[in-house]
Design a protein around this ligand. Structure first.
Ligand code: AOF
Ligand code: ZN
Length: 334
């Protein structure tokens, strides 16, 4: 690994501290290096707060050192006034002579303009260090800007014999396929994404609240696909613990497949990532349109022998492990 790569790797490590709080902003990481020593680090604050570069620069006590430093950052420093002033202006103001960037920011507000500002001031800019890793790290942000839809994660649990639910179930008793550790992991995942989606049947059958309870973190925005507006407001999904968006047929233009329509609605709501927790029909809608990025599938030790079949997915298996007696398989589409 080259020196540049080592420092960008460190930026990626600290950037992960922003997972679940920076949304819909990307979770950027930055480090400032002087004489081959990291003298400051920063990552993006919770949404609306400081960008990574600002936090890193603020952490340098003796600002005069900045004129002899290299700033490393996972994403191109911004050039626009959003909720905060442009990072590239701050870098120029402090006369940081070298900036090393993981990847260009595809937000049309930035898209190369940050780099141009730096170069125009005489700053020595290197772009594309660990570029693939940085793009993968910012996958939610890049999917949103390039595909004009959120990063879509499908999640379900199935029995060893491939069922998601039994045919008839006793209303009072939830039927669990996975163990409590797997279920806790799902709460962590909910905290990591900006939104969570289920269909009408899941609301009627399970009355889920879709909040983060078994983990710390913010609740995602709840999205319910309620095409005929048949869900009354007594369901837990409409409680005031989190925001809920109801998508009905009024929001849908029937010229296009439904999954694409939902993705459009979510894009307009500025949602960068969503986890789809079922049920089988809703999941299948996205699979049929090939409109997903990751599928996280638990396989529990239970057998139902009959019931509602779990979706079938064709993707690259990128992760497989056991959680006690459950198996977790994660597929990526590309
Ligand atoms: C950076 N460093 O740490 C982040 C950046 O509304 P604002 O001011 O927070 O700007 C949000 C946009 O800034 C976001 O869409 C993306 O283009 C960029 N995010 N840029 O230089 C950061 N989080
Ligand atoms: Zn910025």
């Amino acid at each position: 690994m080259t020196t540049h790569e080592t420092y960008i790797k460190r930026c990626l490590q600290i950037a992960k501290n922003g997972l679940g709080t920076t949304r819909p902003n990307p979770m950027v990481g930055a480090v400032i290096v002087h004489n081959d020593l990291i003298i400051a680090e920063g990552y993006t604050s919770a949404y609306g707060g400081n960008h990574a570069e600002v936090n890193a620069i603020n952490a340098v006590k003796d600002k005069s050192l900045l004129t002899k430093c290299t700033l490393y950052v996972t994403l191109e420093p911004c050039s626009h006034f959003g909720k905060t002033p442009p990072c590239s202006d701050l870098i120029v103001k402090h006369k940081i002579p070298n900036v090393v960037i993981g990847c260009i920011d595809d937000n049309p507000e930035v898209a190369g303009k940050g780099i141009a500002k730096l170069k125009a001031s005489g700053c020595n800019v290197t772009v594309g260090v660990l570029e693939a890793e940085c793009k993968a790290h910012h996958k939610r942000f890049f999917t949103f800007h390039n595909k004009k839809r959120p990063y879509i994660i499908l999640k379900w649990a199935e029995t060893t014999d491939g069922f998601m639910a039994p045919i008839k179930k006793d209303e009072k008793k939830p039927v669990w396929i996975t163990n409590k550790y797997s279920r806790q992991l799902v709460h962590k995942w909910r905290a990591e994404e900006q939104a969570i989606l289920v269909g009408t049947n899941t609301v009627i059958e399970d009355n889920p609240s879709l909040t983060v309870r078994d983990w710390s973190g913010e609740n995602p925005i709840r999205v319910v696909l309620d095409r005929t507006s048949k869900l009354n407001s007594d369901y837990s999904i409409f409680n005031d613990e989190a925001k809920t968006i109801r998508v009905t047929d009024k929001d849908i233009d029937f010229e296009k497949p439904i999954a694409i329509q939902i993705a459009d609605v979510l894009f307009k709501q500025n949602i960068n990532s969503i986890i789809i927790e079922g049920g089988s029909q809703t999941l299948q809608t996205f699979i049929d349109e090939n409109l997903w990025d990751e599928a996280r599938v638990f396989i529990g030790k239970t057998e139902f022998k009959s019931g509602i079949k779990a979706p079938q997915i064709i993707g690259n298996l990128i992760f497989e492990n056991t959680i006690k007696n459950d198996t977790l398989k994660i597929y990526a589409k590309d």
